[in-house]
Design a protein around this ligand. Structure first.
Ligand code: HEC
Ligand code: HEC
Length: 210
């Protein structure tokens, strides 16, 4: 932003205004930063209850247990809420979610969202990649889960998630046995034919997070 400033006095006044605006911006940023980190430390402590299954930093080494590192915050809160309220069934997860308060949900989400996901090591075949791209475009997966499938808001990251876990979830959505918040994912899965599910899980699990 370059402005031509004709006189010294206007120049000085403008500097003062700009300086004041910069100061205000610093305070706003500081407030945002505090907000973004809210619950992070509390979450780190509370996460001790989760690491046996989900890994110390949310990167699970058990293929049937999802990695939760770097998942969108809103998705993490929603998923925990769904387990706690019994709207998403899992005999394994339910007892851990049952004890959590709303503050716990937010703190745990802040912590796991801030962890870095371990890049996947597998590589899908060229044919799987081409088909996976076509299916995720044709079925609007990319519209909700984003173009790079890293997720946003209440939509989870699919890129780099464990294949057996993804396959299980896709089958469950198609069968209508995985509860989801508003039914949008259950509808999205209805368009998929069974043969596509394994290929999709393979494709998604090997996608790198940019
Ligand atoms: C005994 C193992 C175990 C423990 C401990 C555990 N989880 Fe889980 N968690 C699972 C399994 C298994 C699933 C997948 C459930 C399913 O099939 O839908 C899961 C799913 C989740 C999901 C959904 C992820 C997704 O991509 O849909 C979140 C979020 C989650 N767990 C968070 C936590 C948190 C936070 C804790 C600690 C308070 C915790 N879990 C403790 C086993 C565990
Ligand atoms: C209209 C938006 C929308 C579309 C389109 C959509 N999804 Fe989803 N998806 C969601 C939401 C929301 C969730 C979280 C559901 C919940 O747990 O409440 C989800 C969850 C998932 C999960 C579970 C992942 C996990 O970690 O638990 C998988 C797998 C998935 N979607 C794959 C796909 C695929 C593949 C497509 C395309 C065929 C697709 N989605 C299309 C909104 C969408």
């Amino acid at each position: 932003m370059t402005l031509i400033q004709p006189t010294r006095s206007i120049n000085a006044r403008r500097w003062n205004t700009t300086a004041a605006m910069k100061m205000a911006a610093v305070f706003v940023l500081a407030a945002l930063a505090t907000h973004a980190n809210a619950g992070l430390e509390e979450g780190r402590v509370k996460a001790q209850a989760c690491i046996a299954c989900h890994g110390a930093d949310g990167n699970s080494v058990i293929p049937t247990i999802p990695s939760i590192a770097g998942q969108p915050r809103q998705f993490l809160v929603t998923a925990l809420y769904m387990f706690r309220e019994g709207r998403r069934k899992s005999d394994v997860m339910a007892p851990f979610a049952a004890k959590l308060s709303n503050t716990d949900l937010n703190d745990l989400a802040a912590y796991f969202n801030a962890q870095k996901m371990t890049p996947p090591t597998g590589q899908a075949s060229e044919e799987t990649v081409a088909k996976g791209r076509a299916i995720t475009a044709a079925n609007n997966c990319v519209a909700c889960h984003t173009a790079t499938l890293v997720g946003q808001q209440q939509m989870p990251r699919l890129a780099g998630q464990h294949k057996p876990y993804l396959l299980e979830q896709l089958k469950a959505f198609k069968a209508g046995t995985r509860g989801d918040l508003d039914g949008t994912m259950t509808s999205a899965a209805q368009g998929l034919v069974v043969e596509e599910l394994d290929m999709l899980a393979d494709y998604l699990s090997t996608l790198q997070v940019p």
